[in-house]
Design a protein around this ligand. Structure first.
Ligand code: HC0
Ligand code: SF4
Length: 568
């Protein structure tokens, strides 16, 4: 242990601890901008400067290891002036567009400027004039607002190991960009949006579609139906001042109705449908010797990743479309004909915790209903903005129920929203369908929690099935590499691109930290434990859909509407 003094207080910390972390242990907050613990400790922004007795210059606390007897001052006049100057210099090359910026409420630079006492910008000079990159359906990059903190680079390279973003040029011309100056749409970006979550400013944002939604809501010719992803009900509250993980399903339904949606449906319904299809696909592959392991395909960031980086493994992907795409196809066929609505007038809006879903709906194979199956995707953040604009305070709204029939769901559907959930939901159904016996224990604890790669084994029809769950693309890569080398053998794998699964999706409220993810996951399991039905095959509306329309899982019609093919 190392003993040192910070602002007159003594603290003892393990060797190797940084001064920044030691100060935090004392409750002393040293401001930071580029810092992300264990991911981006590069001392680039110079905002965390401190004075160390005996040192000739001020030091960046985030990269300064403690040493015995060190005496640190975090608030001396020299420190405060240097920090303020660092922030003033950053702002001198930053567009002063706070009033119109998408990150107005959550901008770290804005808050930091206040914290270090910036009241004017004494510096003028050249400013960055690189063009906005709005090429992708998911993410907009505005290099003028970039503060070169490199947090996005760290996440993309280390957490996702996609390596899409990097620093180019030098000095004043330094900028963060995909390789070769490509735009995001041309690059290997998966649109996972994890970079958006860690961007401190408005340099990376989702492609905003709220204007299109307002416009269809105001159009009486349109029948506008909305579906809500599992993970949104436990995070939308954060946009409106609630604690992370607060379950707000009923109030959210009421709010969507007040916004003017004609029907408020649930993606959880379609998650149950996915389990019926994917569960039977697993059984078919096990029995008929199809490609194993079967790997889940409901996360569009993950699907884009495997297409770019492991095309030889595409045969392992489930042919199932993601639940919200299945929903769109069912809404514009089954629901339209059952209720006598012209599918051409139906607009399907998905509220998703995800930026990649904006890309997914535009894929050419997502038009099984003869129309684009899902028309518009809004992130949780965009829905938050719409609710604030409409002046809808959830606290004043009653709990209301989803519309039927596409609003009925089970606990198995809701756990899709967190890592391990698709696997657990599938096991609940596959185990019962094969044994014909009710499961004694329906909670599969082995696949819960935030370990990067989780493994489990279950007995199915006298056969031991080996399962794995990965979240975050670096973990997915590790699993796939082992598979490729023949070092790992599994029957069924669940992969989600984002840490924590959809609760940690790139469209979720900011901040999305590990602690916040934990609380949202707890909210998800709370929804499951309180659900009337907890297994997908028990969902009465799903039974009705098969009886009235699809026939049976993996039927010709199911294949037409709910499944796809991947081309390497
Ligand atoms: Fe998810 Fe989904 S669980 S991807 O994380 O599978 O986005 O919440 O809506 O489609 O159901 C996201 C969340 C969904 C889909 C579902 C799946
Ligand atoms: Fe990297 Fe994901 Fe951001 Fe694309 S969206 S640049 S893959 S972190």
């Amino acid at each position: 242990m190392v003993q040192l003094t910070i602002d007159g207080q003594t603290v003892e910390v393990p060797a190797g601890t940084t001064v920044l972390e030691a100060a935090r242990q004392l409750g002393i907050k040293i401001p930071t901008l580029c810092y992300m613990k264990e991911l981006n400790e590069i001392g680039a922004c110079r905002v965390c400067l401190v004075e160390v007795q005996g040192a000739r210059t001020l030091q960046a606390a985030c990269v300064l290891p403690v040493s015995p007897g060190m005496v640190v001052n975090t608030k001396s006049p020299a420190v405060r002036e240097a920090r303020r100057t660092a922030v003033e210099l950053i702002i001198s090359d930053h567009p002063q567009e706070c009033l119109t910026c998408a990150r107005n409420r959550t901008c770290e630079l804005r808050v930091l400027a206040e914290e270090v006492g910036v009241r004017q910008i004494p510096y003028t000079g050249a400013t960055t004039q690189l063009p906005v990159d709005a090429s992708s359906p998911s993410i907009v990059r505005d290099p003028r607002k970039c503060v070169l903190c490199r947090r996005c680079v760290a996440v993309c390279q280390q957490v996702q190991q996609v390596g899409c973003l990097q620093a180019a040029e030098r000095g004043f011309d330094t900028n963060i960009t995909p390789a070769f100056g490509d735009n995001l749409n041309e690059a290997v970006c998966t649109f996972c949006g994890q970079c958006v979550l860690v961007c401190p400013t408005g340099a990376l944002t989702e492609k905003n579609e709220t204007a299109r939604v307002w416009s269809v809501l105001a159009n009486p010719e349109k029948h506008v139906v909305v579906q809500v992803a599992p993970a949104v009900r436990v995070s939308i509250g954060e946009e409106l001042g609630y604690e992370p993980g607060t379950v707000l399903t009923g109030k959210l339904v009421a709010a969507l109705r007040r916004l003017g949606f004609d029907r408020v449906f649930d993606t959880n319904f379609a998650a149950d449908l996915t389990i019926m299809e994917e569960g039977h696909e697993l059984l078919e592959r096990l029995e008929e010797g199809g490609s194993l392991p079967l790997i889940t395909s409901c996360c569009p960031g993950w699907v884009k990743y495997i297409e770019h980086f492991f095309p030889d493994l595409l045969k392992h992907l489930s042919s199932c479309k993601s639940p919200h795409q299945m929903f769109g196809a069912v809404a514009k066929t089954y629901y339209a004909s059952k209720h006598g609505i012209d599918p051409a007038s139906i607009v399907v809006v998905s509220i998703m915790p995800c930026t990649a879903k904006k890309f997914e709906i535009q894929r050419p194979e997502m038009q099984a209903s003869s129309y684009q199956d899902v028309d518009i995707v809004l992130t949780t953040r965009e829905l938050g903005a719409m609710l604030r604009e409409a002046g809808l305070d959830l606290r004043n709204l009653p709990d209301e129920d989803f519309d039927q029939p596409l609003g009925q769901s089970t606990g198995a559907g809701v756990i899709f929203g967190t890592t391990g959930g698709v696997m657990e939901a599938a096991l609940r159904t596959v185990a019962e369908v094969t044994s014909g016996q009710p499961l004694a224990e329906i909670e599969f604890q082995q696949v819960r929690g935030f370990n990067g790669i989780k493994e489990a084994e279950v007995e199915l029809k006298g056969r031991r099935l080996k399962l794995a769950v990965a979240h975050g693309l670096a973990n997915a890569k590790q699993l796939l590499t082992a598979l490729q080398k023949g070092e790992a053998e599994y029957h069924f794998i669940e992969i989600m691109a984002c840490h924590g699964g959809c609760i940690g999706g790139g469209g979720q409220p900011i901040p999305t930290t590990w602690e916040v993810r934990q609380k949202r996951a707890q909210g998800i399991y709370q929804c499951d434990s309180q659900a009337r039905f907890r297994k997908s095959h028990e969902n009465p509306a799903i039974k009705e859909l098969y009886a009235e329309f699809l026939g049976h899982p993996l039927s010709h019609k199911s294949h037409q509407l709910l499944h796809t093919r991947y081309q390497p």
